[in-house]
Design a protein around this ligand. Structure first.
Ligand code: NCD
Length: 327
């Protein structure tokens, strides 16, 4: 957060009393149901503004440092687009190999450097817990864009926003959400299961035995009295599913490549399999996909994964405006 003396010189009036001003976004555990209503309300307004005017000056003069230690297409470019649609600008550090990280600079030092130039830092890093370490080192807000196999809170927020927009926010209580694929290493499902436990959903986890949802996540969800069930085959649960959340097997996180080979093609969603599913359900995927959803399914109205990316832009615009005191 800016010091009182520097804030006297700030040209743009932030609302420093706003609840999310200056906050880090590290875990979905920070969010209550009311917070989600607020985020999605702002995201909804952002959507309207983008549709009407495209770009506007809410964050004019603000700078985002996009610090990515792992590959990314959607998360990094949607944060860039979000900042630029709000009139701000971005320092992109997508290739840490060209930065001082290769000289051995520590994460806290890199973060302290970037906050000298930027107002908010978005961080993706291969180690679980790295976003919390960065947030401790930084005075400016840090947004976790994925910390190893830990969490991916902004993805879970956009995933939940997608469910609300596609199927109706009022219908979330009572829905059955089935998560499929790599539930062990997939950080998106770790965040999404935790976030959905704020609602009265039923969660099914379908995975190969070696890729089951971690006990830690299941225990946290169980504390909220959410019914959870594990399966190795999709057939048993597909027909009752309202949201099928498909994930990629996270090849880069396997200790033994032979294990990856055993499970890589475990599930493939295609039009034939989807005959057994409801007509008014949706199929989501954080993307990238590497074969777990056949492209033959893309034209099905239930295929929501491309729309899901667009919802991500509005949610990230909302989060940036919130932590910078403009929402
Ligand atoms: C996901 C990620 O990075 O965790 N991608 C994303 O942010 N949309 C999922 C993945 O890489 O499989």
């Amino acid at each position: 957060m800016p010091t009182p003396s520097s804030s006297q010189h700030l040209p743009f009036g932030e609302n420093k009393n706003a609840e999310w001003y200056g906050k880090d976004i590290i875990s979905v555990k920070q969010f209550k149901r009311e917070d989600l209503e607020y985020v999605f309300g702002v995201a909804h307004e952002m959507r309207g503004m983008v549709e009407r005017v495209g770009t506007f000056d809410l964050l004019k003069g603000k700078i985002l440092a996009n610090l990515f230690y792992e590959p990314s297409t959607r998360t990094s470019s949607s944060f860039t687009a979000a900042m630029e649609r709000l009139g701000g600008s971005v320092i992109p550090i997508n290739e840490v190999k060209y930065s001082s990280v290769t000289k051995g600079e520590s994460l806290p030092d890199t973060v302290r450097t970037l906050e000298s130039y930027a107002d908010v830092i978005v961080l993706r890093h291969p180690e679980t817990g790295s976003a919390a370490i960065a947030a401790k080192a930084a005075r400016k807000p840090v947004i976790n864009a994925g910390d190893g196999t830990g969490e991916h809170p902004t993805q879970a927020l956009l995933d939940t926003f997608t469910i609300f927009e596609e199927l109706g926010a009022g219908l979330i209580d009572g829905m059955t959400v089935t998560m499929l694929g790599d539930l062990k290493y997939g950080r998106t499902v770790h965040s999404l299961a935790r976030l959905l436990s704020l609602y009265k959903v039923r969660l099914n986890y379908v995975s190969p035995d070696i890729l089951r949802m971690p006990k830690e996540v299941m225990d946290e969800v169980a504390e909220k009295n959410i019914p959870q069930a594990e399966f190795s085959s999709l057939e048993k649960v597909l027909s009752e599913t309202d949201v099928l959340y498909v994930t990629r097997v996270q090849k880069e996180r396997f200790e033994d490549p032979a294990d990856y080979e055993k499970v890589k093609g475990a599930y493939v969603i295609d039009p034939a399999i989807m005959k057994a599913a409801k007509k008014d359900m949706i199929v989501m995927h954080p993307l990238p996909r590497v074969g777990e959803i056949s492209t033959d399914f893309d034209d099905d109205p239930r295929a929501a994964y491309f729309r899901q990316m667009e919802y991500g832009l509005y949610v990230r615009m909302a989060l940036l405006a919130m932590v910078l005191g403009k929402a």
